[in-house]
Design a protein around this ligand. Structure first.
Ligand SMILES: Nc1nc2c(ncn2[C@@H]2O[C@H](COP(=O)(O)OP(=O)(O)OP(=O)(O)O)[C@@H](O)[C@H]2O)c(=O)[nH]1
Ligand SMILES: [Mg+2]
Length: 465
């Protein structure tokens, strides 16, 4: 049975040993001093870490805005490519299916145009002066069209795999048959559907997908088997004429891979970074991407980038995010001066972008938010102007200025800056960049400078430190 004493065990343990010599006492005290020094150092380090953690939990929140197809999701992909390259690579297999869906969609649009040409040819109604006049389709072309019908099955399979149930759908039919495209609700983890099919996700892009599902493999084999027919169809001169009459410029559409059919339908195909940036998947819902970023010798920050759907019907979902954002990157595609909205063909895309920008800069909710303007798709603007497309035919206020990239892009930059000056509730600085966000190198430089600016300047001073 234990005997109770007045001395607590700790005091007892710390007492000098009985009969301690002066030398032993000195050595003990020195040891104790050193132990204390070590313990203080550890405490100091723990405190430093705790303080750093406290600071780093404050996240920098960035919202990507702009009309549909302006390049928001592509900008998000660039953020991923720079800040979490490993997860970007791990998603390659999912993007392969999207590239394949993009190819199959382009072929479907051609087939629909051919069907329309056939219907016109067999119609007994007298053609009006404004009716399209299609060339005659020869039997070889009709046979080719039949041979490509199995691609419908490929589309359904890929679609089913990505949806993994019900998260994907075709666009609303009222957008017209030529506009129908596959959308993903980005709030749902669609990429996981593929990750589950490939249990050895790590490095799966470096070797054959041993665990790929039967459906997925069959879809790829079918696409591969149709490769030659797809190439013949795309290169057929009558098809080119039909598409011209149909006013369908597939090469200007998002997710265009028809010039690379052989490569992307090869059985060993794995998407490159460039393919992933070009692959088109329309967003509905809001997707959120987080990463940790360190600028210079500052404490790492948690960044959250939000990507939203830009189609008209989806814009109401933006507003709840306005409140807590540190910065907005607004994407205005400069190349769209001659295009109309997919969701409303009475509205010019450039006008829609300008109107949206006006709404954003004049919003009282955003008066303290950093605004960054990406004047995007500069590569397409350059190519369009070089091919002789006349800017002033669509933007009459441009007048007689030269029809070149330098002048047109500067004109549009002045237009957007003027709106910001005129409509901001309070004077504000904002940053403007000319971008082509499918160019990962130049976009990486721009995003690097955006990140740096946000951390060091306004956010560093006012909100985050
Ligand atoms: N050539 C070129 N293509 C671009 C550029 N930016 C985006 N794209 C392509 O345009 C298409 C549409 O881009 P997304 O990033 O999906 O557009 P989004 O703004 O997210 O569109 P929603 O999700 O519908 O709101 C994709 O196929 C991109 O690869 C660019 O600067 N140049
Ligand atoms: Mg998107």
């Amino acid at each position: 049975m234990a005997v109770a004493t007045d001395i607590d065990p700790l005091t007892l343990a710390l007492q000098p040993p009985p009969g301690e010599t002066p030398q032993a006492r000195e050595a003990r005290l020195q040891q104790e001093q050193e132990a204390k020094k070590r313990s203080d150092l550890i405490d100091e380090e723990l405190n430093r870490q705790r303080n750093a953690e406290k600071k780093s939990v404050k996240s920098v929140k960035l919202l990507l805005l702009g009309q549909s197809e302006s390049g928001k999701s592509t900008t998000l992909k660039n953020f991923q490519l720079i800040n979490s390259p490993k997860s970007f690579k791990a998603e390659r297999t999912s993007w392969r299916a999207v590239v394949h869906l993009n190819v199959v969609r382009s072929i479907r649009l051609i087939i629909e145009a051919l069907s329309e040409a056939e219907a016109c040819a067999s119609s007994t109604d007298t053609a009006g002066p404004d009716d399209p006049v299609y060339p005659e389709l020869n039997p070889d072309l009709l046979a080719l069209k039949m041979r490509l019908l199995p691609l419908q099955q490929v589309e359904m399979t890929l679609f089913g795999m990505l949806t993994h149930g019900a998260q994907f759908k075709h666009d609303a039919p009222d957008e017209g048959p030529n506009r129908a495209e596959i959308v993903v609700n980005s709030a749902t983890p669609w990429k996981n559907a593929f990750s589950r099919l490939i249990s050895n996700v790590r490095n799966s892009f470096e070797g054959p997908d041993v665990n790929e599902s039967q459906d997925s493999r069959e879809a790829r084999q079918l696409l591969h088997a149709c490769s030659e027919y797809m190439i013949r169809l795309w290169n057929d001169p009558i098809v080119k004429q039909v598409l011209k009459v149909h006013r369908l410029r597939l090469e200007d559409m998002a997710g265009f891979f028809l010039d690379s059919i052989e490569r992307v339908s090869a059985l060993s195909y794995e998407p490159t970074d460039d393919d992933i940036l070009r692959a088109r998947l329309k967003t509905i819902g809001v997707s959120e991407h987080q990463f940790s970023l360190k600028a210079g010798n500052m404490v790492p920050r948690n960044w959250i980038v939000y990507d939203v759907g830009g189609a008209r019907s989806l814009r109401a979902a933006w507003v709840p995010y306005f409140d807590s954002m540190h910065a907005i990157i607004f994407l205005a595609p400069l190349s769209c001066f001659d295009q109309v909205l997919a969701e409303d063909d009475r509205v010019n895309r450039l006008e829609d972008s300008i109107l949206l920008w006006k709404i954003i800069v004049s919003s009282p909710l955003l008066k303290n938010t950093n605004l960054i303007l990406f004047l995007n798709k500069c590569d397409i603007l350059r190519a369009k102007l070089a091919s002789g497309q006349k800017f002033r035919e669509y933007v009459t206020s441009y007048g007689d200025r030269p029809n070149d990239f330098e002048n047109c892009s500067q004109y549009l930059k002045r237009k957007f800056s003027g709106i910001a000056k005129q409509y901001s509730p309070e004077p504000r600085a904002f940053y403007t960049y000319f971008t082509s966000v499918i160019d990962s190198q130049s976009t990486s430089d721009i995003l690097g400078s955006v990140q740096d600016t946000l951390i060091r300047q306004d956010l560093g001073k006012n909100q985050l430190l």
